[in-house]
Write a protein that binds this ligand. Structure first.
Ligand code: SF4
Length: 396
């Protein structure tokens, strides 16, 4: 392999499996991690601990978010005041706003459980006074794609290796193993494109590497905690600290957005910015889902067939570039289902990633089904039963 091989590492099972595969093939590589400052603390621990021990130092790439030095005062400009006066006022306002934003950012960052580390996602939301959304996906672009592209651009003939698997979705099943990616301006290689979930579990087993501990809970994916396209179950399982951080961030972004509207002399009344925004209009005619409303809906009205509120759109952006692991869809794509595929009990779906990772009876307990259902579904998925470390006897 001629160019510099760079693994886009998310801390999820697929990018980890990709790194293990490269090692098995004897291909030297460097792992990079695009940090939004919005991951689960367990993912940071996993990256710094087991993955660094396995892959060597992981290069952390994060956006350098700076507050603007001056703020445009449209109302003052429209008044026809002298330019020198406008300039001084705009610089003074910029300095004041920078101080306000820095204080707000630190307050939110203190709630993230990451030791108060700076969060590019929090800071960019405050700087822009707007949250990322389907139509304005600045999180993927500014926090992941741009830093990754900038780093890859410093290397000679880089090859961006990503842990994307066809089995994960229809759109991924159409991706080639190798292609030139104009977005990243380099070759992209997806060595796991034809791998199954069982292959991913098997390579972790072969190397005695436990997956990110988030998979041991109810997590289906590893990435932003939460992603703007979170599934209902992911919102329902957010911890109190993260909910409090989002609530505070929503308040701050709303205050800053209102101030911006005031500076522009805009009298249009806009909806309060919220971290989650639905694709379709709500009953109240808007798209906003304040965090408390989203949690209440997903936690207390949870049913198996509840409509997903925000997950549509996750196939674009982060996943397309392999920059985060967005987990499995509820059903395998039709064209790659095994010939003996039968619909499985839906209750087991959120726990399939634990096949072979935990004993069948423990998975059954969590999913509220019998062990025999788990055993049968695990067998159909081609995953070997869980074997405790140091033992050669599986535990069912
Ligand atoms: S994982 Fe979701 S929230 Fe995070 S950068 Fe990607 S699209 Fe944005």
């Amino acid at each position: 392999m001629s160019g510099a091989v760079v693994l886009s590492c998310s801390g999820g099972k697929d990018s980890t499996a990709t790194g293990l595969y490269l090692q098995e093939q004897g291909i030297p590589f460097e792992a990079i991690f695009c940090d939004t400052g919005w991951e689960h603390p367990a993912t940071y621990d996993y990256l710094r601990g087991p993955l660094t021990a396995r892959f060597g130092q992981i290069r952390v790439l994060s956006a350098d978010v700076r507050w603007p030095e001056r703020v445009r005062l449209h109302v003052l400009r429209a008044s026809g005041a002298p330019m020198a006066e406008i300039d001084a006022a705009e610089r003074a306002e910029g300095a004041r706003l920078a101080e306000v934003c820095e204080t707000m950012a630190r307050e939110v960052e203190a709630l993230l459980g990451c030791g108060g580390a700076r969060s590019p996602l929090v800071r960019t939301a405050l700087k822009k006074a707007v949250f990322p959304a389907r139509v304005l996906r600045w999180c993927t672009q500014e926090l992941k794609a741009f830093p990754a592209k900038a780093y890859l651009g410093t290397l000679d003939d880089p090859i961006n290796v990503v842990g994307i698997r066809a089995e994960e979705s229809k759109s991924r099943s159409l991706m080639p193993e190798r292609e030139y990616d104009a977005g990243m301006d380099c070759e992209t290689w997806r060595p796991l494109i034809r791998w199954t979930f069982a292959d991913v579990v098997a390579i972790h087993h072969r190397h005695g590497l436990a997956p990110n501990p988030l998979y041991m809970g109810s997590a289906l994916r590893v990435g932003c905690y939460p992603c703007i396209f979170a599934r209902n179950s992911e919102i329902a399982s957010l911890d109190a600290g993260r909910v409090a951080a989002i609530r505070l961030l929503e308040r701050f972004v709303a205050e800053l957005a209102e101030a911006r509207i005031g500076r522009a002399g805009d009298i249009v009344k806009r909806a309060m910015p919220t971290f989650f925004q639905s694709e379709n209009k709500n009953a109240d005619g808007g798209y906003a889902w304040p965090i408390d409303k989203a949690v209440a809906y997903t936690k207390y009205r949870s049913t198996e067939n509840q409509t997903e509120l925000f997950s549509g759109g996750r196939e674009e952006g982060c996943m397309r570039w392999g920059l985060c692991n967005t987990g499995r869809l509820r059903r395998p794509p039709r064209e790659i289902r095994p010939h003996n595929y039968r619909p499985r009990p839906a209750r087991l779906d959120p726990y399939r990633h634990l096949f072979g990772v935990l004993p069948d009876r423990e998975i059954a307990r969590r999913a509220g089904v019998t062990s025999s259902v788990v055993r049968e579904m695990r067998r159909r998925s081609g995953v070997a039963p869980y074997t405790p470390p140091g033992s050669d006897q599986p535990t069912l």
